[in-house]
Ligand binder design. Structure first.
Ligand code: F0G
Length: 491
């Protein structure tokens, strides 16, 4: 008999089941992504979303105070995969703000009261990632993990490092050499994570850490990227908080930047479940916005017209696109380094979310991203470049008349402005702080807590050695070590 919470393959021709305490990032039968599923009839689900309001008055004390205080766990009946509340690893994440952006609305031609900005940069580590980390760390604690790792364009690593330190686990982060902003790198170092700079980009880092987590079990690494389905359970709460701040009324549109596509996938799952539970009447429409220099979803969904198709999506078109990228030596490139990803692992789930939320996908240029980032700062509380893709996307959809100025729109601002001050300084002064930093004289760090990153080639032996493992462990994976032969996600 199935437990009330379990894991299941999203492939309708497979649907393999796994227990909730299994540590997996893909299906053992067909290689596709896994979902966390619930048998709601065996769980206690509130009859109305207003049930959650009684938790607003908590001060974070008492038996359930810790979870009531969290903007993720105060909705815990909607992500009930944990065994007891003691399992929950929380650092007070998700207490974020939905701002009525009157001044910005005026600038971009929306009617008063119709534009709201969801500031996920106000999380403890400064980005939306904390919503997912609290859930994945809860699972990691349930299964007794001690070492947790991720590949990252910066924010995932900052969030993982903060949670790992506070949960007393060893945090390990893989970052592409020269690919992340200093604000984010400084966080991973400061919070004490083992920081491995791999010669290559995010996609290369993710391939490596996935390979090590799955194929080198001796190292005991628990993977924290958004291929981990527990991450997405936490990220559903961003939608719950938007509904809560809007008196449980759905907006007409939710607009979000797309990178590895974990966020939009989580949003689709949140609304799929709320609808199934009869807790909402209307599902908002979704717009996912790629940077044009990292536009895989745009290419697949908008240009090529690939659809979820009840899970029978056209995998051959995706494989063909990736093979073409390999052949031409294509690498993504955008000023919005957080979303500089060409092989988004959650692509199938994003297609599902676009179906559930009747969504659209757009791409915006770096110039549009920078201009809209500056506008959010001038007429809001600021955000990092990738986040402003959502507002740039809104502008485009208004121009196309896909969205009308009367409709209610929520743009998700995924990361804090201070994550990438170099981009801001360059925009206002023309000074490229990054090149200044690259030329800066270096001294041996000698602080008592100094935590230097370790630079390695994109090579399995060197990476295993940097992780403190025996490089010989790499031998058994021989033949699987060339870049193109390691699948990111099976299609
Ligand atoms: N915005 C910011 C600020 C991000 O850091 C990311 C992803 C995204 C948007 C895209 O979200 O992947 O769910 O589509 N950053 C990841 C990282 C990849 O490693 O920090 P997504």
């Amino acid at each position: 008999m199935k437990d009330a919470a379990y894991q299941q393959c999203i492939n309708p021709s497979c649907q393999a089941l796994y227990p909730i305490d299994a540590v997996r990032v893909s299906c053992g039968q067909c290689g596709r992504l896994l979902d966390i599923r619930y048998d709601w009839s065996r769980l206690s689900v509130p009859k109305s979303l207003s049930f959650f309001e009684h938790r607003w008055s908590t001060k974070g004390t008492g038996a359930t105070g810790r979870s009531d205080f969290s903007g993720v766990w105060r909705f815990r009946e909607l992500l009930p995969f944990y065994r007891t509340e003691d399992d929950i690893v929380t650092i007070g994440e998700g207490r974020t703000v939905l701002q009525d952006a009157e001044l910005l609305a005026r600038q971009i031609g929306m009617k008063p009261g119709r534009l709201q900005l969801q500031y996920e940069g106000l999380n403890p580590s400064g980005s939306f990632k904390d919503n997912g980390m609290t859930a994945a760390f809860t699972h990691a604690r349930m299964v007794g993990a001690h070492k947790v790792a991720c590949a990252s364009t910066g924010n995932t690593s900052a969030s993982l490092a903060m949670f790992a330190s506070l949960a007393e686990m060893q945090g390990i982060v893989f970052i592409g050499s020269g690919k992340i902003s200093f604000g984010k790198l400084s966080q991973a170092l400061d919070y004490g994570a083992l920081t491995i700079q791999v010669q290559g980009d995010f996609d290369a880092c993710l391939r490596r850490i996935r390979q090590i987590a799955v194929d080198v079990p001796e190292l005991g690494i628990y993977l924290m990227n958004s291929v981990n389905p527990f991450r997405l359970e936490g990220q559903k709460s961003i939608m719950y908080r938007i509904l809560e701040a809007r008196d449980w009324q759905s907006p007409d549109w939710v607009i979000v930047p797309g990178g590895n596509l974990g966020n939009c996938s989580a949003f689709g799952k949140a609304f799929m479940e709320l609808k199934e539970l009869g807790l909402i009447k209307k599902i908002p429409r979704l717009a996912v916005v790629n940077a044009s220099g990292a536009n895989t979803l745009y290419e697949i969904f908008t240009r090529q017209g690939v659809r979820w198709n009840d899970g029978h999506y056209d995998a051959a078109s995706i494989q063909k696109l990736y093979a073409g990228m390999d052949e031409s030596g294509y690498y993504p490139h955008t000023i919005a380094s957080a979303i500089e990803i060409s092989r988004p692992v959650n692509l199938p789930k994003a297609l599902r979310a676009l179906e559930v939320m009747n969504g659209v996908v757009r791409e915006v240029t770096d110039e549009e991203i920078l201009e809209h980032r500056a506008m959010v700062a001038r007429w809001g509380f600021g955000c990092e470049p990738a986040s402003a893709a959502s507002v740039a996307g809104l502008r485009q959809l208004l121009d196309e008349k896909v969205i009308s100025p009367e409709e209610s729109v929520v743009c998700i601002l995924t990361g804090h402005e201070l994550k990438d001050p170099n981009a801001t300084v360059k925009y206002h002064t023309g000074i490229d702080m990054k090149s200044v930093q690259d030329l800066a004289p270096r001294t041996e760090p000698h602080g008592k807590l100094s935590n230097r990153p370790v630079a390695v080639d994109d090579d399995l032996c060197s990476i295993i050695a940097a992780l403190g493992g025996d490089p010989k462990l790499a031998e058994r994976l021989e033949g699987k070590t060339t870049k193109s032969s390691i699948p990111v996600t099976e299609f």
